[in-house]
Write a protein that binds this ligand. Structure first.
Ligand code: M6R
Length: 603
């Protein structure tokens, strides 16, 4: 939540700061602002609303200077408004600060700074006023920045621009901050897409680091004030990966990227001859000590984890999925034989980080399954498997779900073989289906009837999604996607649960999406008959050959024939398309649903 950026180097800072903010807008989009050092003082422009509002204001009065900071906001303290938008300045206009995170002790600090004039309701504003105090003590900007940072508790990624120096200072604690290094300029940002157009060389800062960026270079000091070297890494994303590539929305682009993303996810990770998963970091026997698997995640990642739980269960591996936000508050017992798998696209979700932190020191083994290289989760966990889906910008997670499930199914194979020795014949069928998955997803994308389904039911009161096993996880995910971007009421249930309450809500105005991954699935068929008997229209999402289910459905969204463990991914692609078209027909802001942000970095 919230994106920050900073830039130093030759030329005007504003164009690069603005393009950086546009690429970070998925992190928050209720207000935005920029501050630059113009040689006489600080130019600061900020506006409530999306970045276009800021762009309009900047055109009228462009901030000057080659050094600056920028911010795009998702409100935590104080509603969206010009005043609460970042950057925030001190009373004298010597310093302007942008911040992502929450400063827990801001009330105490604000009380201490009662001689200062505050102009916003934000927690952030204490930072420039603290810096002002220390500058008035005679500190240099670098000293004042460090002293202010040392007073903060909570989570933050912060950047500050001063009127007196062309050095920008930044620091992080619990919120992401990445440094970008180009030949003659430097950047700070919450995420790499902010500066990918200008450089692919990055330094992932660590908690407690303070970085000073000047046109001549940068220095990093750790939490103890000691100068440190951090590794410079090269990211393998292309600038085009973070554009819309001719699609109307990032979500649609990312839905269509799934075949390519899945090829990347699976590439080199299966050995068909030996019938085993080849997860590069985990040779056979890596998991032979594992007794139970805990999966922790939120939102779409939670649904991918639930999907994996079914896969583990069907292979006789004890696995349980937890909402990470509950895991930390009600910790289950864990020991050295527990493998805790944290699933997160961003690797920055606060609840999931808290879940992992809650078991530090217990002996449980931790494994991150994430998309973002260098994310906080990868540092908090002992091991990492990357899902390799490429950048996902749309707030509604799409390709990350498919790549998470594919990755988790390989992990599941590895763990089940290590703990119990599954037969190669059983797994080779699955591997063949995984190898065919990108083409099958492409077939769904090419042939889907989802747009017609979306328009047929566009005036319904409510939408239900039902399924069993992996189909249950897909039902939950289908409903989440639908409500998130259409703003219509949608609920996902286990088909087994239907008669235990939800059936009371089923009427002729509640289309029911019935997900089945097996043409012989008679139980879901019975549930479909039950809802049909109450007048509800049924959309079956089922594999070729599901003739019985098709006979009772008003619409069939067909899946190519494949292994049932993989079919759920195809079913989910159909539902992504339904949600997308339904939201599009309602003219919803698909990539920026109200009240949401891509990365939920506060609990
Ligand atoms: O980055 P993460 O996978 O940890 O994010 C988890 C959820 O916040 C995320 O999946 C959210 O539910 C999406 N907006 C769903 O489309």
């Amino acid at each position: 939540m919230c994106g920050i950026t900073a830039r130093v180097g030759p030329g005007e800072a504003v164009p690069e700061l603005l393009s950086g903010l546009e690429n970070l807008e998925y992190r928050g989009y209720d207000s935005a602002g920029i501050a630059t050092r113009n040689g006489r003082g600080i130019d600061l422009v900020k506006r409530e609303g999306e970045i276009d509002e800021l762009r309009g204001a900047i055109e009228k009065r462009p901030p000057q200077g080659s050094v600056g900071v920028g911010h795009t906001r998702w409100s935590t303290h104080g509603p969206p408004s010009d005043a609460n938008a970042h950057p925030h300045a001190d009373c004298t206009g010597q310093v302007a600060v942008v911040h992502n995170g929450i400063i827990d002790n801001h009330e105490r600090l604000r009380a201490e700074l009662d001689s200062h004039e505050f102009t916003s309701e934000t927690d952030t504003e204490v930072v420039p006023h603290l810096i002002e105090e220390y500058l008035s003590d005679g500190d240099s900007p670098g000293e004042a920045f460090r002293r202010a940072i040392d007073r903060l508790s909570g989570s933050y990624a912060i950047a500050a621009v001063f009127d007196s120096t062309d050095t920008v200072f930044g620091s992080r604690n619990g919120s992401p901050l990445v440094l970008g290094r180009a030949s003659d300029r430097y950047y700070l940002a919450s995420d790499v897409p902010a500066f990918l157009e200008y450089t692919d060389e990055v330094v992932y800062l660590e908690d407690g680091d303070v970085v000073a960026l000047s046109p001549d270079g940068y220095t990093i000091t750790d939490a103890g004030g000691k100068q440190v070297d951090r590794e410079i890494e090269t990211v393998d994303w292309e600038p085009a990966d973070v554009g819309k590539g001719g699609y109307d929305h990032y979500m649609l682009k990312e839905i269509h990227e799934q075949p390519a993303a899945l090829r990347q996810t699976i590439r080199g990770r299966t050995d068909l001859l030996a019938g085993r998963a080849e997860l590069e970091e985990f040779p056979p026997e890596s998991f032979s000590d594992v007794d139970v698997v805990h999966l922790v995640a939120m939102g779409t990642s939670y649904h991918a984890a639930l999907y994996a739980q079914s896969l583990f269960a069907s292979r006789g591996v004890a696995a349980q999925t937890f909402l990470s936000g509950e895991y930390a508050t009600n910790p289950p017992s864990v020991d050295e034989e527990t493998l805790v798998v944290a699933v997160s696209q961003s690797g920055e979700t606060a609840d999931t980080l808290a879940a992992i932190r809650s078991i530090h020191g217990t002996g449980a083994r931790t494994l991150a399954v994430t998309n973002v290289v260098g994310s906080t989760l990868t540092r908090e966990c002992e091991d990492t498997i990357y899902i390799r889906a490429g950048p996902e910008i749309g707030v509604a997670a799409t390709k990350s779900f498919s790549s998470q499930v594919a990755t988790l199914s390989l992990l599941c194979e590895r763990v089940s073989q290590d703990t119990d020795g599954a037969t190669p014949t059983a797994t080779s069928e699955l591997f063949e289906s995984l190898a065919a998955l990108p083409d099958h997803v492409q077939q769904v994308l090419d042939e889907s009837d989802a747009e017609t389904v979306a328009s047929t039911y566009r005036n319904s009161d409510s939408y239900f999604f039902i399924g069993r096993g992996v189909g249950h996880a897909v039902a939950l995910e289908g409903a989440l996607k639908f409500k998130e971007i259409t703003y219509d009421h949608a609920e996902g249930f286990s088909a087994a649960e239907l008669k235990h309450g939800p059936l009371a809500l089923v009427t002729e105005s509640t289309p029911v999406f019935a997900i089945s991954v097996d043409p012989e699935d008679t139980k879901t068929l019975h549930n479909v008959k039950e809802v049909r008997a109450r007048g509800a229209p049924v959309v079956a999402v089922a594999p070729e050959g599901s003739t019985n289910l098709a006979a009772y459905a008003d619409h069939l969204l067909e899946l190519p024939k494949t292994h049932p463990d993989v079919a759920g991914i195809l079913a989910n692609v159909q539902l992504q398309l339904v949600s997308y078209h339904a939201a599009d027909q309602l003219s919803r802001p698909i990539d920026k649903p109200r009240n949401l942000a891509k990365s939920v970095t506060v609990e």
